[in-house]
Design a protein around this ligand. Structure first.
Ligand code: FMN
Length: 324
């Protein structure tokens, strides 16, 4: 049975876990009610529990919880046990809950490790994806390689570059069980991104794959340019070596900070500070974070020109015409 069937999804459309408070119950409910699967992104455990309860209060349909492994604490796993599925990202894949578990991977080797660890399926992430980028090759290429490595039995979801119905059709025709959609749902009415963050993304012509916002999490991420990237990226787009060294040196201490503290620290971040962290601007954050923090977005941002209700997006992506 496909993962999609096990979860009882009407449509093969999964909203990405947009961490740090970008994807909350408003978004997961809208996606679920239209027949897709939403993910609550990583938040402080109490907030995560409250958002899960808010989803349950407003929808009887499934919801997934996304855990970024380097920042996941025991209290997060306790909340995760109550979700319908747990989707993990970054770090050694490991099963912690008894329910449906899917790990997002950037290579076929990582996908194999996840399956060996007991994953019910994998997400293959292409290099075109927004947010933190594990993939190094285009998503469709990785999908094919992972299918060859794991065989037809393993359900594979494709992440990266899915913004329109045609993208979904191509992914399903290539054998994906479902697609995972980040940037398109970030640009929905229900995502909790700061309004100015959304405005900057609409019509942004290009993205940069960088390590600039690497304080506490020195890893590659895809963003739209802002004052901080203008200030720090060299002519060839790379981050100065001493900034990367500073990130690496401070990572062991900073990555142990609770998510709530990482978010608070971001409020005092300025584009001119070299120690730039991974928290993105959510509604309610100071507008200064739009230029001092990461404007995560995938390459498909160039094809997105409007903010839309998430339910309508699910239906359009799925090629459905009426409410389910
Ligand atoms: C704003 C933003 C935040 C993200 N945060 C997370 C996260 O917390 N956990 C995660 O597994 N993936 C995260 N991702 C990556 C997505 O899971 C997914 O790989 C990506 O969005 C797919 O590419 P797309 O943006 O082109 O749809 C994020 C992506 C974006 C755009």
């Amino acid at each position: 049975m496909s993962l999609r069937e096990r979860l009882g999804l009407e449509h093969p459309i999964v909203g990405a876990g947009l961490g740090g408070g970008l994807s909350r119950a408003d978004l997961t409910v809208a996606i679920a009610q239209a027949g897709g699967l939403g993910q609550l992104g990583l938040m402080p455990p109490q907030m995560l529990r409250a958002e899960l309860a808010a989803h349950r209060a407003r929808s009887s349909r499934p919801v997934a919880l996304n855990l970024l492994l380097p920042f996941t604490r025991r209290a997060h796993w306790e909340v995760a046990r109550e979700a319908d599925a747990v989707l993990t990202f970054w770090g050694t894949p490991r099963r912690v809950t008894g329910g449906i578990w899917v790990h997002q991977c950037g290579s076929e080797d990582e996908a194999r490790a996840a399956v060996d660890a007991g994953a019910d399926g994998v997400i293959v992430q292409g290099v075109e994806a927004g947010g933190h980028v594990r993939g190094t090759t285009p998503g469709l290429e990785l999908l094919e390689r992972t299918q060859r490595a794991l065989g037809a039995e393993c359900p594979i979801w494709l992440a990266g570059g899915v913004a329109e119905r045609g993208d979904v059709e191509v992914a399903l025709a290539a054998g994906a069980d479902a697609v995972v959609v980040g940037t398109r749902f970030l640009l929905s009415e229900e995502s909790h991104a700061h309004p100015e963050y959304k405005r900057r993304l609409l019509g942004a012509p290009d993205t940069i794959l960088t390590e600039l916002f690497g304080a506490g999490w020195p890893a590659r991420h895809r963003v739209v340019p802002n004052a901080a990237t203008e200030r720090w990226l060299r002519g060839d787009g790379t981050v100065p070596g001493w900034v990367r060294a500073l990130h690496r040196a401070t990572a062991p201490a900073l990555s142990r900070m609770p998510v709530s503290m990482i978010q608070r620290a971001a409020h005092s971040q300025r584009p001119g500070t070299p120690l730039l962290g991974p928290a993105a601007a959510t509604a309610g954050d100071p507008a200064s974070l739009v230029d001092a923090g990461p404007l995560y977005a995938g390459q498909c941002v160039a094809r997105i020109g409007d903010l839309r209700p998430a339910g309508a997006l699910v239906r359009d992506l799925a090629g459905a015409t009426a409410d389910v």
